[in-house]
Design a protein. Structure first.
Ligand SMILES: [Zn+2]
Length: 197
């Protein structure tokens, strides 16, 4: 029971693969595109085609960009000697939104996972060890999951003897968070990460 012509259905199917869009929202999005052809659909299609051709991974940090060296790696002001290690480009973007970190990044492209058979060679770990030789500090900003923490410990071990300082993000009470709502693990981590005031 096709409600739309076949190629429009195909477009809906493709859109429904996007995160946060199920079949129903994909249908609504496509309908909006069709109604706003000139203002939205044509520029969107052109930009998508253009980016699809030019997108590439930064050769140094693994960030997604449209040049061989991403804007962060080519900005001399960010040569602070600090490298922030993140699991994914989404985490890099999250760190950049925080606007607190002024150094450069290293995107691993995942975490070590025994379950999914992801070993060090599947990640950009050898490149990190290489870059760490030129750095003063490697900051591990990995997710507070079992795989994230396993990876953090693996990296700390791999960097032993390179002379670089290895740190990790503090875990604890989120800004605006109430103690009563935190889980026991977070409260324990916050207590261990306490500092003088
Ligand atoms: Zn880069």
């Amino acid at each position: 029971m096709a409600e739309a012509p076949r190629d429009i259905e195909a477009l809906i199917d493709l859109m429904a693969r996007l995160p946060g869009l199920g079949p129903r929202s994909a249908r609504r999005a496509v309908l909006l595109l069709l109604k706003k052809r000139e203002q939205v659909m044509v520029p969107l299609a052109q930009t998508m085609a253009q980016v699809a051709l030019s997108v590439r991974d930064c050769v140094q940090c693994g960030n997604i960009g449209t040049t061989d060296l991403c804007p962060i790696c080519s900005d001399p002001r960010r040569a602070t000697g600090e490298i922030c290690v993140v699991e994914d480009v989404a985490d890099l973007w999250a760190m950049e939104r925080g606007a607190a970190f002024k150094g450069r990044y290293h995107v691993l492209g995942g975490t070590l996972s025994a379950l999914d058979a992801v070993g060090p060679d599947e990640l950009r770990l050898p490149a990190l060890v290489e870059r760490a030789r030129e750095a003063t500090e490697v900051i591990l900003a990995l997710n507070a999951t079992v795989d994230g923490q396993t990876t953090a410990h693996y990296i700390a071990d791999a960097l032993t003897g390179t002379g670089v300082t290895v740190t990790m993000l503090a875990q604890g009470v989120p800004i605006g968070g109430e103690l009563d709502y935190l889980d026991d693990g977070t409260i324990g981590a916050a207590l261990r990460a306490r500092r003088p005031m």
